[in-house]
Ligand binder design. Sequence first.
Ligand code: NAD
Length: 435
Amino acid sequence: MSKKQLTNDPYAAACQQLRDAVAALADQYEDESQLQAAAARLATHDHLYTKKLTLTMDDGHPKTFDAYRFQHNAARGPYKGGLRFHPQVSESEVKALSMWMTWKCAITNLPYGGAKGGIAVDPHELSPRELQALSRAWTRAFAPYIGPWQDVPAPDVNTNGQIMAWMADELIRLHADDLTQNYAATFTGKPLIFGGSQGREEATGLGGATVLAALARAQKMKIADTAIAVQGFGNVGAWFARHAARLGFKVVAVSDSRHTLYNSHGLDIDEAAAAKRQYRRFNEAHSAGKVNGEILPAADILSLDVNVLVPAALENAITTDNAHTIKAPLIFEMANGPTTPDAEKYLVSQGKMVMPDILDNAGGVTTSYFEWVQNLSGDTWSYDTVLGKLTPLMERSFADVWAMHQRRPADSLRQAAYLIAVKKVIDAMIIRGQV
Ligand code: NAD
């Protein structure tokens, strides 16, 4: 691997972040060997399950796909983390994402460990029948390793409530003889009609907008004058943009993998979302006169003159190749791992602030946790109840990170978040006698 490939490798980045946190935690543990033993264990995964799934395509030919479930650490509770369907799903990516889940659950105090999984596939190239068959095949392959008290998957990039419903249904069939457990609780992000939670779909975006508003208050930023550009207009980006606009921020640009839609006076996010649903591409919606803004190349979103840049698409969106083009003083990570460590170092050296993913996008797993609690207790909560729990939890998690940052101003915000999260996991390992 070349040096550049190494620095853009998500797992290498995740391990570096862990090492930085452990080094800074050294003075907090009397027994340094205990800290080092925990760190060594956290640098590896509890379980790496890899399978080949063979699907009979609609034309009758078999096709094989690489599938994954990686379980990083369960010191604080059952494994938890999303499932991604994307052609670039790889071992390194899933290893990094599962480690980041461990920290995300710790920072928000959810009683979970971290996991992640997925299939290397472009689901847009599958027919509805093929997609359902592949989703069910994933469940059959990984059924021994998942369960409501064992490992609880959820949607991520290119997966959704429908896919969770197929997967949960398959698991319930496999355990038809076991009536002691609610196997539907193994998957969160399910549709409302099948055990899903109010608010789950929008929770990641809403949680992020809540954290951004808390940061704006802490920094005495004028919300109405704060211009935001959001890269990625999928579940996370679109809901983030909508809730940020509702809280009074000026969302001036949103982008997908093809185009940026820009209006310096602020976009109507509901209009942009409806147009994207109808036309799929911003340029076609623009030609039809359905959006009020100009169309720019997708990559231009990064260099717009805005106050906040929100990467909400995929990892490695901000690298040393493009970091110097960023004008925004605040980068607010809604995607997982969108900024490479070297790019972050450069941005911080330029006086910019990078608000880390493990805090900003934790609203999704938090509401997944609410769904799991409802499923296991046989309860259903109203939308207002879910929001009434999510908002203060995100604000409290932000306050913890902000207080740590105030205590250690020389550290980045990511380091502040990691110090809190990694310490909680190490302390759980110690109290359990695992190290
Ligand atoms: P999604 O598939 O719904 O949306 C992804 C969006 O990114 C799409 O609009 C796509 O067009 C866009 N995109 C892809 N490449 C792009 C590029 N080069 N430039 C601009 N846009 C690009 O996925 P999602 O669920 O919104 O997830 C987005 C990110 O948020 C991922 O990193 C995911 O891991 C993370 N995340 C998701 C959740 C969740 O609840 N869905 C929770 C936490 C974190």
